[in-house]
Design a binder for this molecule. Structure first.
Ligand SMILES: Cc1cc2nc3c(=O)[nH]c(=O)nc-3n(C[C@H](O)[C@H](O)[C@H](O)COP(=O)(O)OP(=O)(O)OC[C@H]3O[C@@H](n4cnc5c(N)ncnc54)[C@H](O)[C@@H]3O)c2cc1C
Length: 378
């Protein structure tokens, strides 16, 4: 189905340059559109820099279409790594997970069976095999079943954004950072005409992409659109190490750990996220994360391995109210498009490609049918 689309060489403002904005903008730019990236801060330094950044579909089984979109997201990352090079952003090293009690273990194995039935690769190993073959530093009991998901990965979000924006700029894209979009103007027919920035400048444009992450609801409000979003903060802690003691994403009971390059690790825990709204001090949240991590990777308690520099940040997940992405055109405002999603690290490249095709060619891909912005009425 075709909707009003942007002809090549017309001008598109991408509002927000995290993983989603960078992916859409790069795809638009390489297909011939004139792109202006606008970011209130610096590219890649929003949620994208404070994400656990794990690329997966294995936890997205609540709806088959959402699982399929995430599988497409994993494939889009592999393709992107071939196109632009993996550099310092793409780490396809797989994922390990085990449970801490029999009920959780039974649930994990049940999900693994479902995933295998959906042609998603999962291997069941023992803790002893994992320590021997993959991660010698893990304190996982030898007989515990551990699931290994070989096709999952992690991404350095800020490096990926830098790479995509750099490529787009080489193709002629313009880039404004440190200035927010504070107004969006429409013509008499209701279609997008201008964006006004907080530095006072005004850009004439034919379309805008709202990729403002947690700020997307406010940007939607500039065209009098209500985009309801959840409030779900999360905390991650980045620890500098002499050498990262793990090589891939690990989900142990109570804590998730991944490398963040050769000399740091990132820690996250849903249980500790739940303490954010109790007003707990971020330094205490970081201490709790580190404490949990030390039980799984004892080296993280060794002062010869861990260096003192740690960074902790509470970030808000950009989640539309029903928990699913909001991607595509809003037909009542020609030229306005949304790219707002949790799991944006996994989904960035696939959403970028699909949305660019929709903006430039009017092609509404079936894969996005369940995730259209129209499901949130004006
Ligand atoms: C704790 C945590 C863990 C997560 N773990 C994972 C994971 O393991 N895997 C996964 O796939 N996803 C994960 N996510 C989700 C993922 O990080 C996000 O979905 C993704 O980073 C969102 O990217 P974005 O480009 O939409 O937002 P952002 O990276 O926040 O970019 C939005 C940009 O918009 C700019 N902006 C906002 N308002 C304006 C304005 N008015 N004008 C101009 N610019 C504006 C901001 O400055 C910002 O740079 C996690 C999120 C959190 C918080």
């Amino acid at each position: 189905m075709k909707v009003g689309c942007v002809r090549r060489r017309e001008r598109v403002a991408v509002i927000g340059v995290g993983v989603l904005g960078a992916s859409v903008g790069w795809n638009l730019s390489r297909r011939g559109a004139e792109v202006v990236f606008v970011d209130a801060g610096r590219p890649g330094e929003g949620v994208t820099n404070w994400s656990f950044s794990w690329v997966n579909a294995g936890t997205k089984t609540e709806r088959r279409s959402y699982f399929d979109l995430n599988v497409a997201g994993m494939a889009a990352h592999r393709e992107l790594a071939e196109t632009i090079g993996p550099d310092s952003w793409w780490y396809p090293s797989g994922h390990l997970r085990w449970a801490g009690d029999p009920a959780a273990e039974a649930k994990l194995l049940e999900t693994a069976e479902l995933l295998t039935g959906w042609d998603y690769r999962v291997e069941v190993c023992t803790g002893a095999e994992v320590r021997r073959r993959l991660e010698p530093a893990l304190a996982v009991p030898g007989r515990t079943p551990v699931l290994f998901y070989p096709d999952e990965a992690w991404v350095h979000g800020r490096h990926l954004v830098g790479r995509l924006v750099g490529r787009a700029v080489e193709s002629g894209a313009e880039h404004r950072s440190g200035t927010a979009v504070r107004d969006i103007g429409t013509g008499a027919d209701g279609s997008i005409r201008t964006v006004t920035l907080s530095d006072g400048s005004r850009l004439d444009v034919d379309a805008v992409v709202n990729a403002a992450g947690p700020g997307a609801s406010r940007v939607a409000g500039l065209i009098a659109r209500h985009l309801p979003m959840r409030r779900e903060p999360g905390v991650v802690n980045r620890i500098g190490c002499a050498q990262a003691p793990v090589h891939r994403v690990v989900h142990a009971p109570h804590i998730a750990i991944r490398p963040d390059g050769d000399a740091s690790v990132v820690l996250h825990s849903g249980e500790i996220d739940a303490l954010i709204d109790t007003g707990e001090d971020p330094a205490e949240l970081a201490r709790l994360l580190h404490e949990s991590a030390r039980h799984v990777v004892p080296e993280l308690g060794d002062s010869g391995v861990v260096q003192t520099v740690t960074q902790t940040r509470v970030a808000f997940r950009p989640i539309p109210a029903d928990g699913f992405p909001s991607v595509g055109a809003v037909p009542s405002v020609p030229g306005y498009y949304e790219a707002v999603s949790h799991s944006g690290i996994t989904l960035g490249p696939v959403i970028g490609g699909l949305l660019a095709s929709e903006i430039l060619g009017g092609k509404r891909d079936e894969m996005l049918a369940d995730f259209r912005p129209e499901r949130f009425p004006q």
